[in-house]
Design a protein. Structure first.
Length: 419
């Protein structure tokens, strides 16, 4: 009895602690919406039960993910015509390490061009404004969240943090500070459909049905992101996104595609530049920490320091204390570098390092883009399409990493309760 009760109590304590941390960091506790918090937690539980117990729902989401992968494949076709083997085309030489063929600038960033063009086309056809109104009605009557924020939050699960804001670009300047922060946290707390298969292939031999688990984790983190964001930066002014009026500037479908494509070019360049700088700063910090004496036979790094910091945190979400150092190091790697490297390290851990239950909890807790590299993408992308709010976006940046991490940790704790 105690063997099953203790992890449950541990996870419940963790959920309470994570919410308490968000509450302590709140900008205005008196404006926190109990409806949003309770509704978001309930929605997260229902999503977990639905997706973990009913295969039909997961199949429907996989169909949507297949649509995203089709867009990625179409983008690869265009990118390979322009960049050749750098974008994944046939190489004119023998490739000894195929994993190194993935060049971020030529394989990932071109997707922004295509998504921007498609979103401009959907705006021209007035499809996206209609979807925004639909999301507004559903979320307003459940969580009290605006429609544009709901659309962007859902889109983050399938197309990623850089492309999702493009779907609601006309609304960004009218969003409240709280809604803008929630949009940023939604990007930090989820992963894109375009990388789900990659992560599933990495973890496939370690965790059964890795693809379904990763998809469920990302979906469950969406309401968690809204809850944490709503606590840390609560809504204090009436949300204007629902009433925002869109001016359709394009004169034809082809004009919309052209405008959308050209608008994405500075976005791509900003993301590329800031991603280089953010990762370089992390590397520089590790070089400076390397001057310190080694601890336990290994150099001091930001990842190790965060591992020590996260050990009690991962214990709170259900990881046994004897496994907390290994799990905390994974969270540190995910925060300082990215979730891809953390998943690779998870797959390479010896069997005795983490139990099967702990591996599943960490799969859920690591499933998000909240890291310093993603902060560069977030700031570069949002500041490019909403330059009037650049200073506000930058000011909320580090806070969005923390909020996104709290959201994925909540999902890990919730998974420990439901699995």
């Amino acid at each position: 009895m105690s063997e099953t009760l203790l992890p449950t109590l541990q996870a419940l304590l963790g959920l309470s602690a994570l919410l308490a941390i968000a509450w302590l960091l709140s900008e205005s506790r008196r404006h926190i919406s109990p409806r949003l918090v309770m509704g978001g937690l309930t929605l997260q539980v229902l999503l977990g039960l639905l997706l973990l117990k009913w295969p039909g729902a997961r199949d429907a989401f996989l169909l949507l993910n297949a649509m995203v992968l089709a867009i990625q494949k179409a983008t690869d076709t265009g990118a390979q015509f322009v960049f050749g083997y750098l974008a994944g085309g046939e190489a004119p030489f023998d490739v000894s390490t195929p994993v190194h063929r993935f060049v971020f600038a030529f394989r990932a960033l071109p997707l922004i061009l295509v998504v921007s063009a498609l979103s401009a086309l959907l705006f021209h056809w007035r499809i996206l404004p209609l979807l925004v109104r639909g999301f507004a009605w559903v979320l307003r009557h459940t969580l009290g969240t605006g429609g544009a924020l709901g659309l962007a939050t859902a889109a983050n699960v399938f197309i990623g943090m850089a492309e999702a804001p493009l779907l609601v670009r006309p609304y960004l300047n009218t969003m409240s500070r709280s809604a803008l922060f929630a949009l940023m946290v939604g990007g930090m707390a989820t992963i894109a459909g375009t990388v789900m298969l990659l992560y599933a292939s990495i973890l496939g031999e370690l965790i059964p049905n890795a693809m379904g688990q990763i998809l469920t984790a990302s979906l469950m983190s969406a309401p968690a992101a809204l809850v944490i964001a709503g606590i840390m930066v609560p809504e204090s002014t009436p949300e204007q996104t629902f009433e925002a009026h869109i001016e359709i500037d394009s004169e034809s479908a082809m004009d919309a595609v052209t405008r959308g494509t050209l608008a994405a070019i500075p976005l791509m360049l900003n993301i590329m530049a800031l991603l280089i700088v953010m990762l370089a700063l992390v590397s520089l910090a590790n070089s400076m920490l390397g001057l310190l004496p080694e601890l336990a036979g290994a150099p001091v790094t930001l990842e190790r320091m965060l591992g020590w910091l996260f050990a009690p945190v991962v214990w709170l979400i259900g990881i046994p204390w004897q496994e907390a150092q290994s799990a905390g190091a994974l969270m540190g790697t995910k925060t300082v570098l990215n979730e891809l490297i953390a998943y690779v390290q998870l797959s390479q851990l010896p069997p005795e390092a983490l139990s099967e239950r702990s591996r599943l909890i960490m799969l859920y807790a690591l499933c998000g883009f909240a890291n310093f590299g993603s902060l560069g993408i977030m700031i570069g992308g949002l500041a490019s399409i909403a330059p009037e709010r650049r200073s506000e976006i930058v000011a909320l940046g580090l806070k969005s990493i923390l909020a996104g991490t709290l959201a994925t940790l909540m999902t890990g704790a919730m998974a420990g309760l439901l699995l």
